[in-house]
Design a binder for this molecule. Sequence first.
Ligand code: ADP
Ligand code: MG
Length: 310
Amino acid sequence: MGEFDFIDGVKRLFDSVQSAGFEGIGDDCAVFDMGDESLLFTTDMLQEDIHFIRKLASPFDLGYKALAVNLSDVAAMGGVPVASMLSLSLPKELGGEWAAEFMRGYHSLSEEFGVELIGGDTTSSKSVVTINVVAIGRVKSCNIKRRSGAKVGDVILVNGSLGESGDGLRSLLTGEADGVNVERHMRPTPQIREGEWLAGRPSVGAMMDISDGVASDIRHILTRSKVGAMIQLPQIPTTVDLTTALSAGEDYKLLFTSRPDEVESLMREYEERFSAPLYKIGSITNGDSLRWMDGEAESELDFMGYRHDC
Ligand code: ADP
Ligand code: MG
């Protein structure tokens, strides 16, 4: 069974349990509306030999990344992270310097964004490292951006180059630990200030972070917004090949939509604010199909993002 079919089944199973007011499964974070402000909750796990290979990753980088991927989900809904919880399952031989260095990496990103560590759990493991993080964020309720917010005619944008993380992973796996993009893979920067800024713009419709690659992630926006899309392949910002750019994932940039009449001012003001451009990569269409375009013509190519089996 695929990951997404499993999650759909879990969601249906819990339809029978009374809701306490959470907007739950289906977006980058769960939302608890408290009036003017909402709380955001998200969790992501890193598992040795699935998400990382221990001998190829420094413990500092792993600590940094475990938190970064969670903060990215808070940013994806326009929130500011305020706290995290960390659960670690470690083989006995890693309890000393490895664990201390892991915590230094986790702490460095926590400090950078003012994210308090408020709890967690620590257990021993027979062989592999498992890391689970919960991140909690705050957001003005009227600013929350959901995957369901895209409208027909909207422009689709990303806020950075794609595929460099995937290229960095390839370098690591082929033994080039100093490849130019290795750092992009190991130290993704959560787009917190950028997400908060974009969330303050009424012209932005849907938003999410890019964890599995645009080829997979855009489908979440289409499903939740009940729309289709055309993606312009020549407009994908990347320094690597298109397949890696669209399918490798782990870029942790933001994927979002904007009303067409306000997209130029959005792009100009974003560039003024962040000294970095936004990139238009396509448009939202009627129907439910995802079409890969090369200018006016439909491309022969098809792309799939990264999928986890479970
Ligand atoms: P992301 O890539 O943004 O972390 P995922 O694709 O992992 O999001 O998850 C999609 C949605 O499914 C999220 O709302 C997440 O909280 C939920 N989800 C994933 N796994 C489970 C699970 N085992 N039980 C309940 N909800 C889950
Ligand atoms: Mg996400």
